[in-house]
Design a protein around this ligand. Structure first.
Ligand SMILES: Cc1cc2nc3c(=O)[nH]c(=O)nc-3n(C[C@H](O)[C@H](O)[C@H](O)COP(=O)(O)OP(=O)(O)OC[C@H]3O[C@@H](n4cnc5c(N)ncnc54)[C@H](O)[C@@H]3O)c2cc1C
Length: 313
């Protein structure tokens, strides 16, 4: 329907982990607040130097009575500046493998010692941040599951992050907006170019194919299963198709793409835009879309998972 997302980090990501591994107290407290939208979550996984190689993370939680004291930093944290809660992977001990000794912890963002620094991205928007932890006290009761087993819960969450976002309807909506522009006089009927018309059809076919896989995953979820490794196929194809849609958009509006305007529906500016209203979000979306194949695990990492877990290579 083209409406904004609900807080995906709550509903799609930490929700399933709390359902799967949380204590009864955590379920009773957090799940209703996720559903009502009362809590807005952010994801504290990545660190400078620990992105694809996530389990090398260094943010440390040291036990002090009934609390952990957390020190370190998380980066690229989407919407940390809006969130009142963060789920984070922190190191509680050092094991023989770097995946050992990681714990999954729920943090109240108003806790003293947390600093949020904005990172502005190429699309002109403030979406991501770096978050610093200086002696941040978090109750041990906020740990999900066993101490040191956070890598298992963290990976479980990634299946939902990558695989539970049914994307085909949204992709179709985005493509329709571009196709409408291509058919309008604003673009001099870009659709009359065989190249543009062919690419629109190709993307349509890609969306149809993705939808079939999504429906398969949806029926598995309906019977209580988790998405599994197929989530990497969904993440890979969704991000590649999203980029194809935004690239098509930039080509459809042609030279008008050179007039980069900040996302007008989000930010009100004093001067009038120099390109038509209908084109205002095309270029910011294209630029913002460069990140689709990076966040949630890069395309190279998804291909690696598909090769290992599905093809047995
Ligand atoms: C817009 C945006 C929002 C984000 N939001 C969040 C968030 O809310 N929370 C959070 O925790 N993180 C978030 N991230 C971080 C994201 O998960 C990481 O950027 C991503 O996992 C890649 O890590 P990196 O940036 O350290 O790149 P690197 O891991 O350094 O990768 C650099 C390049 O090397 C390639 N590469 C690395 N390892 C391998 C390998 N083994 N095989 C083949 N190629 C490899 C990668 O594919 C990539 O092309 C966000 C990122 C972006 C851009």
């Amino acid at each position: 329907a083209g409406v904004p997302n609900v807080n995906v980090m709550g509903v799609k990501m930490v929700g399933p982990v709390i359902i799967g591994f949380g204590s009864p107290e955590q379920k009773n407290f957090y799940l209703p607040r996720i559903l009502s939208g009362e809590d807005y979550w952010c994801q504290g996984y990545s660190e400078p130097g620990s992105g694809s190689d996530l389990s090398s993370l260094k943010t440390r939680a040291v036990r002090d009575g009934d609390d952990y004291i957390i020190n370190g930093t998380k980066i690229w944290t989407t919407h940390a500046h809006h969130a009142n809660r963060m789920f984070a992977l922190v190191r509680t001990s050092d094991g023989p493998r770097q995946q050992d000794g990681i714990s999954f912890i729920l943090i109240d963002m108003k806790t003293p010692g947390i600093t949020i620094r904005p990172i502005l991205t190429i699309g002109g928007d403030h979406e991501v941040n770096q978050v610093f932890f200086d002696d941040v006290r978090v109750p041990v009761a906020n740990r999900v599951g066993e101490e040191g087993k956070g890598w298992t819960y963290g990976k479980y969450l990634l299946e939902f992050e990558r695989g539970a976002g049914i994307a085909s309807a949204k992709l179709r909506e985005g493509l329709k907006a571009i196709a409408d522009l291509a058919e309008s006089d604003l673009t001099g009927r870009a659709i009359d170019s065989p190249d543009i018309a062919t690419r629109i059809s190709e993307v349509e076919v890609d969306i149809d194919a993705l939808e079939m896989t999504e429906l398969r995953v949806l029926s598995a979820l309906q019977t209580g299963q988790n998405p599994g490794a197929v989530s990497s196929i969904l993440k890979l194809r969704n991000s590649e198709i999203r980029q194809a849609v935004t690239r098509l958009g930039a080509d459809v509006i042609g030279h008008d793409a050179l007039a980069v305007e900040p996302m007008r529906p989000l930010y009100k500016l004093n001067h009038e835009p120099v390109i038509p209203e209908e084109m205002l979000t095309v270029m910011p979306e294209y630029l913002n879309g460069r990140a689709y194949t990076i966040f949630g695990g890069t395309s190279e990492i998804q291909r690696d998972i598909i090769a290992k877990m599905m093809l047995g290579i």
